[in-house]
Design a protein around this ligand. Structure first.
Ligand code: AMP
Ligand code: ZN
Length: 138
């Protein structure tokens, strides 16, 4: 399997590990957006978050919560951005699902989730769209 993150999981490529259990592996991002930028991934190779089974996705976020709380305490953080680039179009560069935990500190920039992409014009037909999505669950 020619996957960078699979190689990190098995130790073929070195990493700065911060947490490991049977299901996940977490390490510091080599090009950190901020100090403590951490990547959390399932050990099993799955390309995208939307390819994951619901149970695996729940397990992944259970551990992300544990690690984020730990970083908060250990690094004395007031906040962090937690997210996934899901698919190439969304900026995913490594095709092995992973969650970014990016610590935030006062004065580190203005960015948040809303600065990733912006809709022009700012609103569409929200009622119609919500109805379509709701129906898709039926
Ligand atoms: P994404 O763009 O969401 O696919 O994120 C991939 C992340 O992996 C980027 O933030 C990279 O900085 C990080 N990365 C790439 N290679 C390594 C590596 N060898 N060790 C640690 N992090 C890496
Ligand atoms: Zn992989």
């Amino acid at each position: 399997m020619d996957c960078l993150f699979c190689k990190i999981v098995v130790g073929d490529i070195p990493s700065h590990k911060v947490y490991e259990d049977d299901f996940v592996y977490a390490f510091l991002d080599i090009y950190p957006s901020s100090e403590g930028h951490t990547i959390v991934l399932p050990k099993k190779h799955i390309a995208k978050f939307t390819d994951m089974k619901k149970k695996d996705a729940a397990s992944l976020f259970f551990i992300v919560n544990k690690i984020a709380r730990n970083l908060e305490k250990t690094m004395g953080l007031e906040g962090m951005n937690i997210g996934i680039n899901n698919g190439e179009i969304a900026g995913q560069t490594v095709a092995h699902v992973h969650v970014h935990i990016i610590p935030r500190r006062a004065g580190d920039g203005e960015g948040n989730m809303h600065t990733i992409v912006e809709l022009h014009p700012p609103t569409g037909n929200l009622a119609e769209l919500a109805e379509t999505i709701r129906r898709s669950f039926e």
